[in-house]
Write a protein that binds this ligand. Structure first.
Ligand code: COI
Length: 354
């Protein structure tokens, strides 16, 4: 046992890293040597420890498995040009995690466990941050209900974990997107703004249907009128129309308040784009496309960063884009990577040393 100022840390005897290449690694498949674990019981967080990455022993009656009180986050760590590990906007994920927790009637996690725990864990496994451009260490904090009892009620006990996974680009190729009119991701008054596991589970079937039709993902529409654009797969979405950038607004509570979404908005403004966060109807997009004003469409997310969309299929109408000629999405992506990787000044104070 190695004593730490805050948490108990037990280190592995030998790192798994020697047996793995960090070149071209698929998203979310490999995990680093250590993880953080904490328990919530009797109204307080306890047993906070960093220890070797290992399986959990769970009861079949575990509440989360039955009723879905489970939330998570996605954060990334990058190495700068001096080789120092830095987290990208972890405070925003911390805030959102607790917003998700509140919506799911789960306890709030403390800043000490979420941020300080994350820093200590990343520091310990910093060798796992790939040096390659556009690669990073994906950080997955999660919390789930750990009562062992199948009565339908908010759990009294919870487990919080942080695991780390070295990763490359998520959707590397430009995507073909199916505008989904039948299934919906979120309803007003629902849980669309929360990062709860069920949102992702419910998206599996429609996404698989879109894949069976030959598309990479769906573009979700609003649940009432099937007319207003929401999110694209697991990402927020942006449309460049003339000198404006449009993205769905957050007021309806159906859109995830993306950290990358917010960063992209700031970088677009830096480039003097007028950014409109509002309802965007599919008819408005089709009209702009027909007038050749819909210039670029891209998704944003922690895992995906910025992903170009080369085709949108709405009913029988297909909008195709010559992504090779785009300027804005590549420029924003380049600027964001340069900030994250320490090649350009972090003027927004997005990066946090571990
Ligand atoms: C993220 O961008 O972090 C996501 O949540 C997407 C996905 C990996 C679930």
């Amino acid at each position: 046992m190695i004593a730490s100022a805050d948490f108990n840390i037990t280190q592995v005897e030998r790192s798994k890293l020697h047996s793995l290449s960090l070149e071209n690694i698929p998203f979310g498949k490999y995990f680093t040597d250590h993880m953080l674990e904490a328990d919530y019981e009797n109204g307080e967080w306890k047993n906070v420890e960093i220890k070797p990455y290992q399986p959990l022993v769970l009861s079949p009656s575990l509440a989360a498995l039955h009723y879905g009180q489970a939330i998570f986050e996605g954060v990334k760590a990058y190495k700068n040009t001096k080789g120092e590990a830095r987290l990208f906007r972890p405070a925003d994920n911390f805030k959102r995690f607790n917003i998700s927790a509140e919506r799911m009637e789960m306890p709030k996690i403390t800043e000490e466990i979420f941020i300080e725990g994350m820093k200590q864990l990343v520091k310990l496994d910093a060798n796992w941050i790939p040096d390659k451009h556009d690669h990073s260490l994906y950080i997955r904090p999660l919390m789930f209900a750990s009562d062992e009892m199948i009565g339908v009620k908010p759990s009294g006990k919870y487990k919080f974990l942080i695991m780390l996974s070295p990763t490359g680009p998520y959707y590397s190729a430009p995507m073909r997107i199916y505008v989904e009119e039948k299934y919906v991701r979120a309803v007003e008054g629902g849980v669309g703004y929360a990062k709860n596991a069920g949102n992702y589970g419910a998206a599996m079937y429609p996404s698989a249907e879109a894949k069976r039709k030959g598309y990479d993902q769906v573009l979700w529409m609003d649940a009432k009128e099937h007319k207003y654009v929401q999110e694209c797969g697991t990402m927020n979405i942006f449309f460049i129309i003339g000198n404006k950038a449009l993205t769905p607004g957050l007021d309806s509570g159906t859109i995830l308040d993306g950290v990358t979404r917010d960063s992209v908005i700031q970088l677009l403004k830096e480039k003097n784009f007028m950014v409109e966060e509002r309802n965007i109807s599919i008819d408005e997009l089709v009209a702009a496309y027909k007038e050749e004003k819909l210039l670029e469409v891209f998704g944003t997310g922690t895992a995906a960063t910025i992903s170009k969309i080369k085709e949108l299929k709405y009913k029988d109408f297909i909008m195709e884009f010559d992504v090779e000629r785009w300027k804005i999405a590549p420029e924003i992506k380049k600027r964001m990577s340069a900030i994250k990787e320490g090649r350009e000044d972090d003027k927004y104070n997005w990066l946090v040393k571990v």
